[in-house]
Design a protein around this ligand. Structure first.
Ligand code: ATP
Length: 210
């Protein structure tokens, strides 16, 4: 069973890394693949280039062999859809391997507005990592979906390849890339919110200053 965490990673920080490790350990995932998005569809474009974001993800994951950088989205032009990423991963991994798409609660709240959400559930399980400051979903259609697919446990995920929803408790770290960018822009240090190796790249390249 493998995990997939897509994101803009502009930059990657401990709010991505520790919850992903909590989830890997709680569910017994073999690996978590970090997939930097070329251009997220529902938000402003990232400030750092794809090459810079990929380099930051690589630096952040270097010490954890079960975390894998997956640059497949950056090779594609235009908007990045989780659906396309999962189709491509399924083609690589075959139909049997359970794939868990990891999202924070904030991203999951918008799930039904994503491109082909029900087809996503045909390709992967959803694992929702509780994120501080993000309220539980309240949209009735999403609640109905959780009613039908939720309540899953680790064994339910491992025994089927896709289609279930699991809420995973993770270390609560109130860290966002938005705040890190704002600190750097204000000339303040974001140190200890993200790995030093990522901060070194931000400093070297002069990212987020202007
Ligand atoms: P930004 O502030 O630029 O919107 P972000 O910090 O939310 O960025 P993303 O790259 O957009 O980071 O997030 C990728 C995924 O990681 C999303 O599913 C998001 O919900 C999740 N995530 C990000 N930060 C946290 C956190 N602190 N705790 C749990 N999940 C998180």
């Amino acid at each position: 069973m493998i995990g997939v965490l897509g994101g803009t990673f502009d930059p990657i920080h401990y709010g991505h890394l520790r919850p992903a490790l909590d989830t890997l350990q709680a569910l017994g995932l073999e690996q978590v693949r970090f997939v930097p998005l070329n251009q997220a569809v529902h938000r402003a474009p990232p400030l750092a280039s794809p090459v810079e974001r990929l380099a930051m993800v690589r630096a952040a994951l270097a010490s954890e062999p079960r975390f894998v950088v997956d640059g497949r989205e950056l090779a594609r032009t235009g908007g990045s859809y989780s659906y396309d990423t999962l189709v491509s991963l399924r083609a690589d991994l075959g139909p049997e391997v359970p794939i868990c798409l990891l999202t924070g609660t904030d991203a999951f709240r918008e799930f039904l507005t994503w491109h082909r959400p029900m087809d996503i559930l045909g390709l992967a399980h959803l694992v929702v990592m509780e994120r501080p400051g993000s309220p539980a979903p309240s949209d009735p259609d999403l609640l109905a979906l959780i009613d039908g697919r939720g309540g899953a446990r680790r064994d339910d995920l491992a025994s089927s390849s896709a289609g279930r929803i699991l809420f995973q408790r993770v270390t609560q770290l109130d860290i966002s890339a938005t705040r890190i960018r704002a600190l750097v822009r204000a000339g303040l240090s974001p140190r200890f919110l993200l790995p030093d190796a990522v901060l070194d790249l931000i400093d070297q390249e002069g990212l987020y200053r202007a």
